[in-house]
Design a protein around this ligand. Structure first.
Ligand SMILES: Cc1ncc(COP(=O)(O)O)c(C=O)c1O
Length: 378
C-alpha cells in the first residue's frame, strides 16, 4: 500500500542556525557560565551588537518587551506622563508604556511605510508628553528626521522599537542609534535570534548604568542587599548571548538573504493591481524582516479567504497587527476609540506577511507566489 504523501509545509519564518551556535553554547556550558550574571558571551555580544548599531552601550535583556519596559523605566517615565506610540505594532510596544502606568497616545500610520506618520505628532503633544516611541515596522525605518526635530523642539525622549529592523538604515544610519534608546528583540523569528532575548542600545553612559542595575534586581553597590531601586529580573543568560554571538557573525549574510527573498517575491508579484508590495523609501534600507503585502482593489476584503487558501496548501502566513485603537480591552478602559487611527485600521485588515525565512528556497517562493496568484484570481 502506498504511503500518503506528506503535505508540503512552508513556514512563515525559520532561523538560520548552524554549528557555530552549537559550538558557542557548548563553550558557555562547559565553562559553567549559564546565568545572566557571569560569562564572557554577555559583554561580547553587547559590545559587538551596540557597535553595529553605532552605539557605545548595549544592555542585553530577556526579551524585546522587557527591553522596551526597561528603556521607559530607565528614563523614569511614569503615571503622570504620556507617550506617543505608533498605533500599528505588536502590542508589546504599548504594554511597556502601560507597565509604567503612563498613558500611550496612539499615532496613525503612513499608508505606504506602515510606520507612524510624523506629520501627526505635533497635534497630539500636551504638557504631559514625555516621549515618542517609534516602531520600525517589518524592517522599514521610520522617517526619523522630522521625529527628531519635533522631539528637540518639545524636549521629548525618542525610543526606537527596533524589534523587527536589525540593520535597517535611515539615511545611511543604523536604527537603534538615532533616538535616545534603541530596543531590539531576539525572539526566534527575528532577524537574528537568541531564542528569547532583547537589547537596549544607547550612547548615554549614565542611562546604560541605570538600565544595567535595574535589569538585575537593582542590587546595591556597597551592601548588595541594600537595593537602590525597585529592580527587575530582565537578564539575558550567557547561554542566550552565546547564540547571539554566533548569530551576530552572520547578521550581514542574513540581511542580504532577507532582502534577496523580498526582491524575488516582488519580481514575481509586480504589476498586479490588487497587491501593494513592501516599500523602500529613498531614505531607507529595508531589511524586510517579513515580506508584508497589502491587498487592495477587488481583493481588498478577501484577506481571510486568501490566507485560508494558502494554509490549505501548507503555506503559513500571518495577518498584520491589530492596532492599539482596535483592542477591546483598551477601548473598554476609555483609553482609545475604534476610529482614532483610520489608516492603521485599514492597513491592519488588508495586510499579511508571507514565508520570509532567510533560508527559504526559490522553489518555495515560486510555490507561494503561484498559490497566492491562484487564490487572488479566484
Ligand atoms: C514591534 C515589536 N515590538 C516588540 C516585540 C516584543 O518582542 P519580544 O517578543 O522579544 O518580547 C515584538 C515581537 O515580538 C515586535 O514585533
Amino acid at each position: 500500500m502506498s504511503q500518503p504523501q506528506a503535505m508540503r509545509r512552508v513556514p512563515v519564518g525559520q532561523p538560520l542556525l548552524g554549528p557555530e551556535e552549537t559550538h558557542h553554547v557548548n563553550q558557555a556550558l562547559s565553562q559553567g557560565a549559564i546565568s545572566g550574571f557571569f560569562g564572557d558571551y554577555l559583554p561580547k555580544f553587547e559590545q559587538e551588537f551596540a557597535a553595529y548599531c553605532e552605539c557605545t552601550h548595549g544592555v542585553a535583556v530577556s526579551s524585546g518587551t522587557t527591553a522596551l519596559h526597561l528603556a521607559l523605566a530607565t528614563l523614569s517615565i511614569g503615571p503622570e506622563d504620556e507617550v506617543l506610540v505608533s498605533s500599528l505594532t505588536n502590542m508589546a510596544t504599548f504594554f511597556a508604556v502601560l507597565y509604567q502606568g503612563a498613558r500611550p497616545v496612539p499615532i496613525d500610520s503612513e499608508p505606504d511605510t506602515l510606520n507612524l506618520d510624523p506629520g501627526l505628532l505635533r497635534a497630539r503633544i500636551t504638557p504631559k508628553t514625555k516621549a515618542i516611541l517609534v516602531v520600525h515596522l517589518f524592517g522599514h525605518p521610520v522617517d526619523m528626521d522630522p521625529v527628531m526635530e519635533i522631539a528637540r523642539e518639545h524636549n521629548l525622549y525618542v525610543i526606537e522599537d527596533c524589534a523587527e529592523a536589525h540593520g535597517a538604515l535611515y539615511k545611511g544610519r543604523k536604527v537603534g542609534g538615532i533616538g535616545d534608546i534603541g530596543c531590539f528583540s531576539f525572539y526566534a523569528n527575528k532577524v537574528i535570534t537568541t531564542g528569547e532575548g532583547g537589547m537596549l542600545t544607547l550612547n548615554n553612559a549614565e542611562w546604560a548604568a541605570r538600565a544595567r542595575n535595574l535589569k538585575g534586581l537593582a542590587f546595591g553597590d556597597k551592601n548588595k542587599f541594600q537595593h537602590r531601586d525597585i529592580g527587575y529580573n530582565y537578564r539575558m543568560t550567557n547561554l542566550q548571548a552565546a547564540i547571539g554571538h554566533a548569530q551576530f557573525g552572520k547578521i550581514d549574510e542574513i540581511i542580504a538573504l532577507k532582502r534577496s527573498v523580498a526582491h524575488k517575491y516582488m519580481a514575481r508579484l509586480a504589476g498586479r493591481d490588487d497587491i501593494e508590495l513592501p516599500p523602500e523609501k529613498e531614505y531607507a534600507r529595508n531589511v524586510h524582516w517579513m515580506v508584508h503585502i497589502l491587498l487592495k482593489g477587488r481583493n481588498a476584503e478577501r484577506r481571510g479567504e486568501v490566507m485560508r487558501a494558502l494554509a490549505a496548501k501548507g503555506i503559513e502566513s500571518r495577518e498584520n497587527f491589530l492596532p492599539y485603537n482596535m483592542q477591546e480591552i483598551f477601548i473598554a478602559r476609555g483609553l482609545t476609540r475604534h476610529d482614532e487611527c483610520p489608516v492603521a485600521n485599514s492597513l491592519g485588515v488588508r495586510g499579511f506577511y508571507l514565508p520570509s525565512g532567510p533560508a527559504i528556497s526559490d522553489e518555495d517562493i515560486n510555490f507561494v507566489c503561484d498559490s497566492l496568484i491562484e487564490a487572488l484570481d479566484q
